[in-house]
Design a protein around this ligand. Structure first.
Ligand SMILES: [Zn+2]
Ligand SMILES: [Zn+2]
Length: 164
């Protein structure tokens, strides 16, 4: 009966083919699995434990357990390294995105300028020409006449006659 470790990592490792394990005594691969990572050589009858990762053989289970931990440490370091690389990549990506955003802000500011210029141009085009000063429309009142004319009744009479 195979003992259950409940360790997902070891369970996954155990899925490796038994053919990679060889008897440390006679070097043959004809083995009978009598337990988890526990083998009996069909040829010489040697009983041993073998690492499911590298196939290294051990006389005792605790030796194998200590050995397997080393593998796991290597695995964890490799994962940590991968995560570190991934983090660096994400930082680079973030920096790139920030650059892109800054560029977009500049472009948006320029577009705002263009829109403002266009608005001003449209305002100029649609503006009605200023009305020409209506010089002959209104009769000049006394206040609009020069002082010497305003105070001289004779000149006013002459002016009225000439006008019509
Ligand atoms: Zn053997
Ligand atoms: Zn190993």
């Amino acid at each position: 009966m195979r003992p259950q470790t409940g360790n997902i990592y070891l369970t996954a490792l155990h899925a490796l083919p038994v053919s990679s394990v060889r008897c440390p005594k006679c070097g043959r691969g004809e083995l009978r699995e009598v337990g988890e990572n526990h083998y009996l050589c069909r040829y010489c009858g040697h009983e041993f434990y073998a690492c499911p990762v590298c196939g290294e053989a051990f006389a005792h289970q605790r030796q194998l357990a200590a050995h397997t931990k080393k593998h796991r440490g290597v695995e964890e370091r490799a994962i940590a390294k991968e995560l570190g690389a991934l983090r660096e990549l994400l930082e680079e990506l973030k920096a790139l995105l920030e650059e892109v955003l800054a560029g977009q802000k500049v472009i948006l500011a320029k577009l705002d300028e263009l829109l403002e210029m266009q608005r001003r141009a449209l305002a100029l085009l649609s503006a009605k020409p200023a009305p020409a000063p209506a010089a002959e429309a209104a009769e000049p009142s006394d206040e609009e006449l020069p002082d010497f004319v305003r105070d001289n009744p004779w000149l006013r009479v002459l002016g009225e006659r000439g006008g019509g």
